[in-house]
Write a protein that binds this ligand. Structure first.
Ligand code: PLP
Length: 352
């Protein structure tokens, strides 16, 4: 077995003990709350990891892209898939219909009539039924109908279209207004005698407040598998629960307080969101990562008593693990200083 020390850098490693503990902890939490676990595989894009999540007790998986559904269907990861994206245009609707035939259950979300009509038309031609959830904007300000009334109206409109089967409501992420939004929407559906079998929430930080949303039947977390600096800053994880690290080499020490790594935006990515800097250096926790260029990572060592030398290797927890997955062909599963497994990131780059 290869020693981790022999991995060339930069390389993306996954601490298997930590990742396995993350899978187990979330599944146990969901079991305890009685909410179905439908992990989002965009975090890892690796079928073998989807299988681990399924073996742990997930009811199915969530995908963001048709290409992810195709790769995971080919690998036989799950026969119950939720695709959380508005699918628009015939190249995509045709692929969706082909997948609908292959999987036991493939549900899709949408938030507008144009998408609903396109799906219905494609489904009618293909002779299949499309199961759908209405995407609701319950405070995030991204996709989603804006009011419970709009969710009700769009669902009723789409239910009347040929080959369309209403299955429920979906949001991302669960925010404080989510409970009120869904409570009101569920009242409307109940009043009209319409069954709402699925109420789907999402987000890793949102796993901390799941008990405030008793109407959820399922939850979609993705990042929890690896965790990252964003999760630590939002208190959804500790550094010790971060499984993904970018292994990088100090290639230059231009000044006493500056080190340069061989990992820049093409591995760590530019994602910052609400985190300062571009990652957390495990060996030098007082260091900051104030800047990246494509292939260089700049480390500020001002606060560090000990400082690395040229040639030293460090491990950086990225700000956002999901985008790092999309940057590399393979990631290394490591345990006890050994490379136990190498996974191809099979759905890497599949953005359609
Ligand atoms: C629609 C949807 N559901 C679930 C998730 C998973 O959220 P997280 O990565 O915080 O676990 C995401 C993440 O982007 C998402 O966009």
């Amino acid at each position: 077995m290869t020693s981790v020390r022999d991995l060339d850098s930069p390389a993306v490693t996954i601490d298997l003990d930590i990742m396995e503990a993350n899978i187990k902890r979330l599944q146990e939490q969901m079991n305890h709350l009685g909410i179905a676990n439908r992990p989002h595989i965009k975090t890892h894009k690796i079928p073998a990891l989807g299988k681990l999540q399924m073996q742990a007790g997930a009811v199915g998986i969530t995908c963001q892209k048709l290409g992810e559904v195709e790769v995971f269907a080919d690998a036989g990861v799950a026969d119950d898939v939720l695709l959380t994206f508005n699918i628009l245009g015939w190249p995509k609707t045709e692929r969706l219909m082909a997948l609908t035939r292959r999987l036991k259950r493939l549900a899709v979300v949408f938030d507008n009539e144009v998408v609903a009509r396109g799906l219905s038309e494609a489904a009618r031609k293909a002779g299949v039924d499309v199961r759908f959830l209405i995407e609701c904007d319950t405070g995030f300000g991204r996709n989603g109908v804006q009011t419970p009334e709009a969710a009700f109206d769009l669902a009723r409109l789409a239910m009347k279209l040929p080959n369309m089967v209403f299955e429920g409501l979906m949001t991302f992420p669960n925010k404080e207004p989510t409970a009120g939004f869904f409570t009101r929407a569920l009242e409307l559906f109940k009043g009209a005698g319409i069954n709402v079998p699925v109420v789907s929430g999402g987000g890793t930080p949102a796993t901390m407040t799941l008990k405030d949303f008793p109407m959820l039947t399922e939850h979609r977390a993705g990042t929890y598998l690896y965790n990252d600096a964003m999760m630590v800053h939002s208190k959804a994880a500790t550094w010790a629960q971060c499984a993904m690290r970018v292994r990088a080499t100090v290639v230059s020490r231009p000044t006493d307080n500056r080190a340069i790594l061989d990992a820049g935006t093409k591995v760590l990515t530019s994602d910052q969101y609400y985190v300062q800097g571009f990652g957390h250096v495990i060996e030098y926790p007082e260091a900051t990562v104030p800047g990246l260029s494509e292939e260089h990572g700049t480390i500020d060592l001002t606060q560090c008593k000990e400082k690395p030398a040229v040639g030293d290797v460090v491990h950086v927890v990225p700000n956002h693990c999901c985008v790092v997955s999309n940057m590399v062909d393979q990631v290394y599963g490591v345990r006890g200083g050994k490379v136990e497994t190498t996974w191809k990131v099979a759905a890497r780059g599949l953005v359609t």
